[in-house]
Design a protein around this ligand. Structure first.
Ligand SMILES: Cc1ncc(COP(=O)(O)O)c(C=O)c1O
Length: 409
């Protein structure tokens, strides 16, 4: 049998739309030894995780937990738990991840109502309210920042709209949380799910989720306890059985709650990582962290514009942490990405769907929202483009970014 070498990945600077290089402190936390699932130290860490993520999400929600799996595990847990077969969900789609919400809700047996915006644009609150009036859904499910298009749906007014019409409000904030303003309680959200691999500076594999009391009350109607661990005091909800065991939120809440009722074996190493992501972020300060993403995102944007490259999407709604860049005419976008990777060890992102082959996506997030990472990426991109025969003003990429850093705005 062939012997394989020890895992030793090449050094890379990950400047795409995520994943990014994990903060070394997160990797160190993840190398800590395991403890038993009900060891007092482990249950204490679980409680700390709940408390840390309440601050990250800006919420008082007691039900703030991790779902094991990548970001879509959090999405799936929320949707499959709250949507009974036949329930209506409204999804405003403005990029790939809106389509993902539809796909997951449809598999849960829900009836999907959609409105669409051009990729690169977002919705007026009035458009969403009109669709709510028309379809009268149980749930509004909306991505906050859609990584595929780099833009972010304003959400400040949507919670009040949902309240007026008796609709629950859920958002996927995987791409935006930690690097852009997001306020669960102040904006009236009932369910929010995230991932670690963008502005939180960790690897993918754990999905922090927060749920309002109204949301919990709704899903508890489907409460169920597995045979083999069920005692006389456990109750069965009158609602239909949630179609996934792994993503059954009432079961997850029983496991994260006082009773610590057995469910899955918690992914301890991911929990260590998720805890460290939130701890680092809050140590820096949520507001400062967002400002750091804004500064580095602005510097990257200025550098790209300094090269006279055209930016994709409505800049008023751009996420701080990612920029879409039109691939110039006559330039082979994939050849540029390959040269960046092979010559400089830098990865930038490609695109999906209608944007495939048209734009690159360049991220400045989490551990990589740093001046040196931004400047090195701009210098490398300028070099690769020049060698590809594209004419641009020499030195302007880095100089334009440096001007942003020198004014700090
Ligand atoms: C906004 C958004 N939602 C969901 C996902 C899916 O996340 P995962 O690949 O971690 O399941 C991503 C991944 O890029 C994302 O950007």
């Amino acid at each position: 049998m062939k012997e394989f070498d020890q895992i030793n990945p090449p050094p890379r600077l990950l400047m795409g739309p995520g994943p990014i290089n994990a903060d070394p402190r997160v990797l160190r936390a993840m190398s800590a030894q395991l403890v038993g699932q009900y060891d007092p130290s482990m249950t204490a860490y679980m409680n700390e995780v709940m408390s840390l993520y309440r601050k990250v999400f800006m919420t008082q929600n007691k039900a703030t937990i991790l779902v094991d799996g990548t970001s879509r595990a959090g999405i799936e847990a929320v949707l499959v738990s709250v949507l009974n077969p036949g329930d209506k969900v409204l999804v405003p789609v403005f990029g790939r991840f809106g389509h993902l919400l539809c796909e997951i809700a449809q598999r849960a047996g829900a009836e999907i109502c959609t409105i669409y915006a051009e990729w690169g644009e977002v919705f007026e609150p009035g458009q969403i309210e009109d669709a709510i009036k028309q379809h009268q859904p149980k749930l509004l499910a909306c991505v906050h920042g859609d990584t595929s298009t780099t833009v972010m749906q304003p959400m400040e007014e949507l919670g009040a709209i949902c309240r007026r019409h008796g609709v629950l409000f859920y958002s996927d904030v995987t791409a935006s949380i930690g690097g852009n303003d997001f306020k669960t309680d102040a904006w009236g959200l009932d369910a929010v799910s995230a991932g670690l691999q963008k502005c939180l500076g960790g690897p993918s594999g754990s999905a922090p989720v927060t749920l309002s009391e109204s949301f919990v009350e709704e899903v508890q109607k489907r409460h169920h306890v597995e045979a083999g661990i069920k005692d006389a005091h456990h109750y069965e909800g009158a609602g239909s059985r949630i179609r996934s065991n792994y993503f059954d939120i009432p079961m997850l809440l029983d496991y994260w709650g006082e009773e610590r009722l057995n469910h899955h074996t918690e992914a301890t190493t991911m929990l260590y990582g998720a805890r460290e992501c939130a701890r680092i972020l809050l140590q820096e300060g949520l507001e400062k962290n967002i400002q750091r993403h804004k500064l580095n995102g602005d510097a990257m944007l200025a550098g790209i514009q300094g090269m006279n490259l055209k930016i994709f999407g409505d800049l008023r709604y751009k996420m701080n942490n990612v920029v879409g860049v039109y691939i110039p005419d006559g330039v082979d976008g994939e050849a540029v990405r390959t040269a960046l990777l092979q010559d400089f060890g830098i990865e930038i992102g490609t695109s999906f769907g209608p944007l495939r082959g048209k734009i690159w996506r360049i991220g400045t997030m989490g551990y990589n929202a740093r001046k040196d990472a931004v400047l090195v990426t701009l210098a490398a991109l300028e070099n690769v483009l020049r060698r590809a025969g594209h004419s641009l003003p020499a030195g302007e990429a880095v100089d334009s970014a440096l001007r942003v850093y020198s004014t700090g705005t």
